[in-house]
Write a new protein. Sequence first.
Length: 336
Amino acid sequence: MPVTLVTGAGGEIGHTLVPRLAKQGQAVVALDLNPLPPDTASHCHAQLVGDITDEAIWKGISDRYDVVAIYHLAALLSTTSEKHPALAHRVNVGGTLNVLTFAQSQATARGERVRVLFPSTIAIYGLPDATTKATFARIKEHQWLQPTTMYGCNKLYCEHLGKYMTRHAAAKGVDFRCVRLPGLISAETLPSGGTSDFGPEMLHAAAQGKPYECFVREDTRIPFMVMPDAVDSILRLMATDASKLTLTAYNIGAFNPSAGEFADLVRSAFPGAMITFKPNPMRQAICDGWPADVDDAPARADFGHAPAYDLPRAFNDYLVPAVRSRYGLSSASVTR
Ligand SMILES: NC(=O)c1ccc[n+]([C@@H]2O[C@H](COP(=O)([O-])OP(=O)(O)OC[C@H]3O[C@@H](n4cnc5c(N)ncnc54)[C@H](O)[C@@H]3O)[C@@H](O)[C@H]2O)c1
């Protein structure tokens, strides 16, 4: 039967994306190293527990399903990749090559293109110093493609790999589409292993009345977006006719508070919030090389990227109410 494959479906993005795909009527087959959380599993046609680097798993999928689209979310994130670089390369590059090879074989077998969504990242950029970061405050897709982390190198190479496969596949092969995501903030799930995690971590800690020691300086500024907007853009990109797309990899952005500004918003929503700053040298260096913001004009023009949430709305209408409800707090002290 025709299905949509989602790798890494058990993670943060999968938690929002899988129900949206199911709502569109797509039969989702999920593949993850670990069993899915029950609220994600309930939206899937089937779930497979397995490793994307294991070639046998791909044979099993092709024996059972016609895969018409792939959302390839499985990866090791930036901080984890920096701690385990060889493993990161194996999963992030080797796993992606398996996904693309599988997509090519599905397309060839059925004589139609298979769309592959690849979530890339602002980590593919590498700015050498604070002056350059200030000068290129809204980075364009072709600028400063000089990643400094294993994760950034992996993702940039995979963008090229996807482009290569698409170019050489002619009419019946891989149709690779990529968004370069900023740091994502979800009210429903907690991140792990990313270097933009300080934003969501300080919010969730405050809602639980826990102290939070932020691992970057207060003046650290990178772009963020709330999870529903990121998933919305991913779905828009995947639904767009190929003839309208002028790039393979698109920036998408929404807002870009500094860590200190983010902390102030958290404090105004949760007046008892205990937030301190103690930069971790490795994680600070990663954020210092990332752009302060992205220019996402091509995404807006080509596939209608239009985040519904700016920073005040993200806090007041999405994050704070949902986080309060998640931790069983009344809505009385939500600030406006
Ligand atoms: N969340 C963000 O802020 C952000 C920003 C930029 C890019 N991205 C990219 O989006 C994708 C999804 O991010 P997320 O936040 O949902 O990540 P996540 O860490 O929450 O989820 C990743 C999932 O992949 C699975 N996985 C890891 N290795 C695997 C393997 N070898 N085989 C099968 N499954 C494996 C994990 O079990 C996990 O469920 C990733 O590719 C990430 O690089 C995320």
